[in-house]
Design a protein around this ligand. Sequence first.
Ligand code: ADP
Ligand code: MG
Length: 693
Amino acid sequence: MNRMVLAQLPVTDLKGVGAALAQKLSKLEIFSLQDLLFHLPSRYQDRTRIMPIGSLRPGVEGVIEGEIKGADISMGRRRSLVCRLQDGTGTITLRFFHFSAAQKNNLKTGTRIRCFGEIRTGASGLELYHPEYRRVDEAEAAPVEESLTPIYPTTEGLNQGRLRALTDGALAYLADGSLTELIPEPLRQQWQLPPLNDAVHYLHRPPVDANQTQLLEGYHPAQRRLAFEELLAHHLSLLKLRQRTRQQGAPVLIATDQYQKAFLHNLPFPLTGAQQRVSHEISADLAEPFPMLRLVQGDVGSGKTVVAALAALQAVEGGFQAAVMAPTEILAEQHFINFGNWLEPLGLKVAWLAGKLKGKKRQEQLQAMADGSAHVVVGTHALFQDEVVFANLGLVVVDEQHRFGVHQRLALREKGRTDHRSPHQLIMTATPIPRTLTMSAYADLDCSIIDELPPGRTPVNTVVISDQRRPEVVQRVQDACGQGRQVYWVCTLIEESEALQCQAAEVTAEALREALPELRIGLIHGRMKPAEKAGIMASYKAAELDLLVATTVIEVGVDVPNASVMIIENPERLGLAQLHQLRGRVGRGSVESFCLLMYHAPLSQQGRERLGVMRETTDGFRIAEKDLELRGPGEVLGTRQTGMISFKVADLQRDADLLTRVKQVASQIAIDPQLSDAIIQRWLGRDEKYAAV
Ligand code: ADP
Ligand code: MG
């Protein structure tokens, strides 16, 4: 039988499904019978037995049956129809806030009914609000359900009964094995994966004795079987993307030592062992005839910029240009200054582009990129606008990748693309990405880790303190500045509005100026002109300011070694990764540093736990794992990238333990491209997302 048969049968093949219903189903991404089978219940109801009324407890859902012992209109706070139902073991109240005259007539004393609903505690003891019900005759031994009743995620105008009937229709096809088993038998045996058809059937119609808790939590072997295959599909599609990238050509960039040697010689410090190791990995990649796709993870302050500069120099030595893209203007400017200082003494030209660069200056920079006179180009996302043309782009460096969407980085790669060649890509991030996420969302990248900080750093002491103790904190700022240290004061706001955040920073700066008149206090926020921001940063760096009040714009990259105290207001509003980034601004020099997390009481349990993590560790990877545990992958990766890892069944966190196995099985299956494609097709189907990029 054809492998894809159920994927090819449209839902309209089912009896009674016309265009209107198909339209509703499409809102649930259900187009084929296979889609219907993979549309799994989110929970189940137990309608398999009748529960004695005397045994009911609040919160329980179930079927009860009994005789109506009286029905009245109650006028309480809201008018309602109230019936007393009795079964010999006890009595319960059924309450209807909306009811018709016919309904009222139906529910007369002496009538026998069977109902289903959730038991609650109401005005008269145990009650059921608006239960589903139907009349039963004394004689009728009408069966209750034989399996647990599935409750499906649904959409407006599509009720559970309809979805159940539809899945009944689709499940009938399973009987003849129409849903092809794609994981080869030996692999299934080896990893003890139940057959696909059994798993699907089980999840739609679990038997009476199924372990409901396990099902609800998603740990049932049948669910794990599907999650496994789904993760496998994603992994295979990333392997395919990677293979495809490898088939493209790339400029072969051989290090000649023409510039790298002098650059290293001029640096005031030797590279750390980790910087050397990662630079060698990059260097080897650049010399290959296919594009590098390498992710460098290194904690804040680990010295990624130098590593990027070495890579850029290798591109230049190989006769190509390098582009360095940073997520904010401040950071781009700082890179521009650094690269200028490093590269200009070597006789190289560094160009600069940001959104706010206008007029003649912009034209000059664009010209230098296009005619090749600029060797290295530094900028913000302005670099991938249409008007930007590179003479011969050989390497793209993306700093702080988490701030960019995947598509932005790919757009920049397009800039350097010719018919037969793509530029190399180096992606740098200080947000450590938990291993589980690297294995799924970033499986198309090679990974290097700079796991060593330059010598002479002292770890930051982190203190969690309530904002009720603000006066003490202000005193501490004064003391630190009195000793010649510099301080950051970071304002955060829950609102996304940058305007409000800037306003809060202005108010705080004003209050601090009043409280600490002897200090030189600066203010920096996202609404200032780049030149203004650069001016403030420059005077802070030159120690002409003691205290810098800032919004989270200083999050990435800013480097002022003499700053040794940071106050973060309302840290409970930020993600752990972001807090870690911020905190990385201090502890860059050799004096002891402090980070005061000044929360607003009361803290939630989760808030307390998260700030506790910050106090206990400065290890970015541990923090990232914890963040993932507490907030889930969507938040950790940022919304832009969540689309990349949305799963039907799998849950990266819950199923993280499957990933190693998935990886092994994927490498065995990838040998058979047809099989691999069938699995990818089944799960990623019409939007094989990675194929497009
Ligand atoms: P990040 O990884 O956060 O981007 P940077 O590249 O900004 O870190 O480096 C942080 C600081 O450490 C800079 O002042 C840089 O000059 C310095 N630095 C980088 N590498 C070394 C090293 N091997 N030894 C001493 N200082 C270094
Ligand atoms: Mg950096």
